[in-house]
Design a protein around this ligand. Structure first.
Ligand SMILES: Cc1cc2nc3c(=O)[nH]c(=O)nc-3n(C[C@H](O)[C@H](O)[C@H](O)COP(=O)(O)OP(=O)(O)OC[C@H]3O[C@@H](n4cnc5c(N)ncnc54)[C@H](O)[C@@H]3O)c2cc1C
Length: 433
């Protein structure tokens, strides 16, 4: 007979792990969560999507998040490098978006809030405890845990395991599940700044995304009254030919992106530039006998549309629901989790289509077009707000938009987007001649 310490072990206290643990605990299951760090801790990924509201409400964390006073996000402004072209994606007018206003978050604060919420929901949270090994047998799962301060190790046994270890991907590495995305081989360089000017009005705290002519882009995310997260994402191929010094490369990117250079003229960088790369991948499987992977531990897509935390929250909740049903039925087999795995894959594929398209000139031509067909653009915004399974009508409009992108590639019927309005005007003049 197996003796279990708990029903479910969750690895990782990021948004996916905390959500899974909170949901399971609220359903009456015994959950132990292991997190290698002590919270609060820094994490990149600060702009949420509107769909995150649904998950925060489902685990009862919405009131606490609202009370925390994070900057309000109503949408995104997509800008050209000179700032003269601006395309506003307003979550409020996109069909099917239930609660359009979401948040820009300091992840140290947000992640700690969710982890404490999991704890107060009844999950047993162990910080500074690293999972060193995982072993499955027909009756359960045993993990080897190491405590940070004295390196003491011991084994913990449960009926099921949710891996939410982020890009450490403990099960992904163990079972060799990771599938790279060579078309999204990008590098990100970023820091936090104070003193960055913001627009006035309701949109003052929205994310701003600035397209660069080299298909790279900048993000500007206000994460508090004073701080703005600013990062640049560049295709790896371009970085290869540039300065090896991250700070120098970052400064060069600022200098050749006029609107960012202007916004940073009187700003102060708060800490040295950090670098992340190799962050886009999917998974061969999202579940097996007694295990599921959630959030980045399964897959992650380039940050252009800020999908990471929304996916982590959703998949954490769905993993918890699948395990809860499995515990109730006494069946924790891979077959029981087929639906969970299918949904993770479908979500990844839906967002991936948009992300890959953004790195093509023809998508940008139409996306930044001064007069995009209104209904079609709003349909895109539904997905950009996180609602990856929209109504049939919205899906049809999105299909139509992608047909136009295809036609643009072949016939170039729309003015070229060149990251600078002057060039766009020149193109139009040339076309009229
Ligand atoms: C450059 C960049 C920009 C991004 N921008 C955005 C954005 O604007 N918006 C957005 O939504 N997303 C963004 N993301 C993505 C976002 O950061 C992630 O998708 C999100 O953090 C995933 O949450 P998670 O809970 O799956 O993993 P994480 O938040 O990474 O949490 C995993 C946790 O597991 C712990 N852990 C790891 N190994 C172990 C172990 N062995 N034992 C115990 N604990 C362990 C870690 O310490 C960590 O706390 C960005 C990502 C990058 C790279």
């Amino acid at each position: 007979m197996s003796v279990f310490d708990c029903d479910v072990i969750v690895i990782g206290g990021g948004p996916a792990g905390s959500t899974a643990a909170a949901s399971l605990a609220r359903s009456g299951h015994a959950v132990w969560l292991f997190e290698r760090d002590q919270f609060p801790r820094f994490h990149i990924g600060e702009s949420l999507l509107a769909s995150a509201n649904d998950v925060l409400a489902a685990i009862g964390a919405d009131a606490a998040v609202r009370k925390a006073g994070f900057p309000e996000k109503w949408g995104a402004t997509f800008m050209s490098a000179d700032g003269l072209i601006q395309r506003y994606a307003d979550f409020g007018v996109a069909p099917g978006v239930r609660t359009p206003q979401t948040w820009q978050v300091d992840r140290a604060v947000f992640d700690e809030l969710l982890l404490r919420h999991a704890s107060s929901s009844g999950a047993k949270v162990h910080e500074q405890h690293r999972i060193m090994d995982v072993a499955f047998d027909p009756d359960g799962v045993t993990v080897t845990v190491q405590r940070s301060h004295d390196a003491a190790r011991w084994d913990v046994r449960a009926r099921a395991l949710i891996d939410a270890s982020g890009r450490s991907g403990i099960l992904s590495r163990k079972f060799n599940l990771r599938v790279d995305e060579p078309r999204l081989a990008n590098v990100a360089l970023f820091s936090h700044y104070s003193g960055v000017p913001r627009p006035a009005g309701r949109r003052q705290d929205d994310i701003r995304l600035v397209a660069r002519p080299d298909l790279g882009w900048f993000w500007l995310i206000p994460i508090s009254a004073n701080l703005t997260s600013i990062g640049v994402v560049l295709p790896e191929a371009i970085v290869r030919g540039r300065s090896a010094d991250a700070a120098r490369l970052y400064e060069q990117c600022i200098a050749d992106t006029p609107v960012v250079a202007e916004l940073l003229r009187h700003a102060r960088r708060e800490w040295p530039i950090r670098v992340e790369k190799d962050f886009s991948f999917s998974s061969r499987a999202y579940a097996g006998d007694r295990w599921l992977v959630a959030g980045d531990a399964g897959s992650f897509l380039d940050p252009i549309f800020s999908t990471g935390v929304a996916i982590a929250l959703e998949s954490g909740l769905e993993a918890a629901q699948a395990v809860s049903q499995g515990l109730a039925s006494g069946d924790l087999s891979a077959a029981r989790f087929t639906k969970f795995g299918r949904r993770q894959r479908q979500r990844y594929v839906s967002f991936r289509r948009f992300v890959l398209a953004f790195y093509t000139p023809e998508f940008r031509d139409l996306f930044y077009n001064p007069q995009p067909p209104k209904g079609l653009f709003q349909a895109l915004v539904t997905v950009l707000a996180g609602y990856w399974r929209p109504s049939v009508q919205t899906r049809f409009r999105i299909w139509l938009f992608f047909r136009l992108v295809w036609a643009q590639r072949l016939f170039g019927f729309s003015p070229r987007f060149t990251a600078s309005k002057d060039q766009l005007r020149d193109d139009k003049t040339a076309a009229g001649r």
